[in-house]
Design a protein around this ligand. Structure first.
Ligand SMILES: NC(=O)c1ccc[n+]([C@@H]2O[C@H](COP(=O)([O-])OP(=O)(O)OC[C@H]3O[C@@H](n4cnc5c(N)ncnc54)[C@H](OP(=O)(O)O)[C@@H]3O)[C@@H](O)[C@H]2O)c1
Length: 241
C-alpha cells in the first residue's frame, strides 16, 4: 500500500473512473474530479468511496483553488493523472473557432493548469508522477479531429519537455495514447462508423477502460522511476509507433 495521494481529472466516468478505482485498489488516496455531471459523480462516489471534486480543468484559477481543497482534505498530491478530455468533431473547413478553443483548453491547456499547480510541491518533496492521457489520434491524425489531434499531439510534446525538466527531481512524466476504448465518448460514434473502426483493430474489439487503468498503476508506481518522457500506446495493434 503506497499511501500516496493521487488526483485523476475526469475521474468519475469512463477511463478516468477505472483509473481512480485501480489507484485506490493499489493503495493510493484518490481524488477524482469532474466538470458537470453531479449524478454520475455522486453514483461513483457512493459505489467506490473515492472522494469527488467538481471544477472545470480548463480554468487556471479553478485548478489552483481545487487543488488547494484536495490537499487540505487528502494531503499533498504525489500523483497527477491528466485524463479529462472532450471531442467536438467536424471537418476543419466547417469547424468553428469556439470548438477549437474548447477542445484545446479542455484537453491540453488543462494539463498545464493542473501540472503547474502541483509541480512546485512535487519538486520541493523530490517526488512525483504525472501521467497525461493522449490518444491514438494525436499520434496518427483523424478525419474531423484537427482540434483533438492537435491537443493530443501537444500533450506528447508537453510530456517530453516536462519530463526533461524534472528528471533530477525524481518526478516522472509519461503519456498514454489509448486507441478506441468502450466509454461514453466512443459510444457517441455512430454504429456504422464504429463497426469500421473495430474492423481496423487487429485484436478485433474495442479496449476496456481497465486496460488503460492497469498501465496507469504501472507508471505511477515508485518502482517505475526509470520510465520518463515515454508514450505508451494501448490500441490493440491499430497503430504501431
Ligand atoms: N474513449 C476512448 O476511446 C479514448 C481514446 C483515446 C483517448 N481518450 C482520452 O481518454 C480520456 C478519457 O476519455 P473517456 O472516453 O473516459 O471520456 P468520458 O467517458 O467522456 O469522461 C470524461 C470525463 O472527463 C470529465 N471532463 C470533461 N471535461 C472536463 C472539464 N472541462 N473539467 C473537468 N472534467 C472534465 C467528465 O466530467 P463530467 O462527468 O462532469 O462530464 C468525465 O468525468 C480523454 O482525455 C480522452 O480524450 C479516450
Amino acid at each position: 500500500m503506497t499511501g500516496h495521494v493521487a488526483i485523476v481529472t475526469g475521474g468519475t466516468r469512463g477511463i478516468g473512473a477505472s483509473i481512480s478505482q485501480a489507484l485506490m485498489k493499489a493503495g493510493y488516496r484518490v481524488a477524482a474530479t469532474y466538470q458537470a455531471d453531479d449524478i454520475a459523480a455522486e453514483t461513483f462516489r457512493r459505489s467506490t468511496n473515492v472522494a469527488v471534486f467538481r471544477w472545470d480543468v480548463s480554468h487556471h484559477d479553478d485548478c489552483i483553488k481545487g487543488i488547494q481543497t484536495v490537499q487540505q482534505q487528502l494531503g499533498n498530491i504525489d500523483v497527477l493523472i491528466n485524463n479529462a478530455g472532450i471531442t467536438s468533431d467536424s471537418m476543419f473547413h466547417k469547424s468553428t473557432a469556439q470548438d477549437w478553443t474548447k477542445v484545446l483548453n479542455t484537453n491540453l491547456v488543462s494539463c498545464f493548469n493542473m501540472a503547474h499547480a502541483v509541480i512546485g510541491g512535487m519538486r520541493e518533496r523530490n517526488y512525483g508522477r504525472i501521467i497525461n492521457i493522449s490518444s491514438i489520434n494525436g499520434q496518427k491524425g483523424q478525419l474531423g479531429q484537427t482540434n483533438y489531434a492537435a491537443a493530443k499531439a501537444g500533450i506528447i510534446g508537453f510530456t517530453k519537455a516536462l519530463a526533461l525538466e524534472n528528471a533530477r527531481k525524481n518526478i516522472t512524466v509519461n503519456a498514454i495514447a489509448p486507441g478506441y476504448i468502450a466509454t461514453d465518448m466512443v459510444k457517441a460514434v455512430p454504429q456504422e462508423a464504429l463497426d469500421k473502426i473495430v474492423a481496423q483493430i487487429p485484436v478485433g474489439r474495442l479496449g476496456e477502460p481497465e486496460e488503460i487503468a492497469r498501465a496507469v498503476v504501472f507508471l505511477a508506481a515508485e518502482e517505475a522511476g526509470f520510465i520518463t518522457g515515454s508514450t505508451l500506446s494501448i490500441n490493440g495493434g491499430q497503430y504501431m509507433v
